[in-house]
Design a protein around this ligand. Structure first.
Ligand code: F6R
Length: 248
């Protein structure tokens, strides 16, 4: 897997944002939409801030951009503090010219009986948009991508999953206590993610060093779902020095 190591997450994030901006402009030049798969959490925030800066200062337009977010807690109200809908609006969508109808984020209010059909529709919407051009990913300490926790297979699709205990511990501070973290989430599957034309996985800090080593150097296994990215022909792993510290 190609790995790029930057001295800090700031420089790495600016480089990733530049790559996304280039793709948006290239697609615009071709008269086609640019379909982005997006992640939430701490890893991509600086990328989104840089994209907002480029929109304001360099005229980068999002009029031709269509987005699909990876995941959302379940259940989750969109106006909750912790919702990924709120996160995406705060960091990106409220500050750029993306048409509202181009934004897709899994709906954490869907009724349980309707989840399966809803997830099929989410996948169909990705296909109808032409498939994802570039998928941004973070990685959880469990080895999850999206919320594909250990046990998620390489061909898993968009579905409702149960969050790992470690993931709920990591989210505890956002929810003012682990007991308030939802037990489940909607997530694109590993198979869905692997269909993106390009994938950029970002990880910062020493807390990610161990899982990055397993992801990059370990055998593909469903106990670390991120290892399945090794099978993708156009994946890049973008790290700061701390996250790269355990690579041999
Ligand atoms: C979020 C997502 C998760 C996070 C991962 C890392 O949409 O899909 O896989 O990317 O949990 O989170 P951070 O970046 O907060 O360390």
């Amino acid at each position: 897997v190609p790995v790029s190591i930057y001295s800090d997450s700031e420089q790495a994030s600016v480089a990733v944002a530049q790559q996304i901006a280039d793709l948006i402009r290239q697609r615009h030049g071709e008269g086609r939409p640019c379909v982005l798969g997006l992640a939430t959490g701490s890893s991509p925030t600086r990328v989104y801030e840089e994209l907002v800066r480029m929109h304001r200062e360099e005229g980068l337009s999002f009029r031709n951009v269509i987005t699909f977010n990876l995941d959302e807690y379940y259940p989750m109200q969109p106006d909750s503090l912790q919702s990924y809908v709120r996160f995406m609006h705060e960091y990106l969508f409220d500050h750029v010219d993306i048409p509202a109808e181009n934004i897709h984020i899994p709906n954490g209010t869907i009724r349980q009986e309707e989840v399966a059909e809803y997830c099929r529709r989410y996948e169909a919407d990705i296909e109808e948009a032409g498939g994802i051009d570039l998928q941004l990913l973070g990685i959880g300490r469990t080895g999850h991508i999206g919320f594909n926790e250990p046990g998620s297979g390489a061909s898993s699709r968009t579905r409702l999953i149960t969050l790992d205990h470690i993931t709920r511990t990591d989210a505890a501070s956002d929810f003012y206590g682990e007991e308030n973290v939802p037990r489940r989430a909607l997530t694109m599957g590993v198979g869905t993610i692997l269909e993106a034309r390009q994938i950029v996985l970002m990880a910062w800090g020493e807390g990610k060093a161990a899982v990055i080593k397993r992801m990059v150097e370990g055998e593909p296994t469903d106990s670390v779902p991120a290892t399945y990215l090794q099978r993708h022909p156009a994946v890049q792993v973008v790290l700061d020095e701390a996250a790269a510290a355990e690579l041999s």
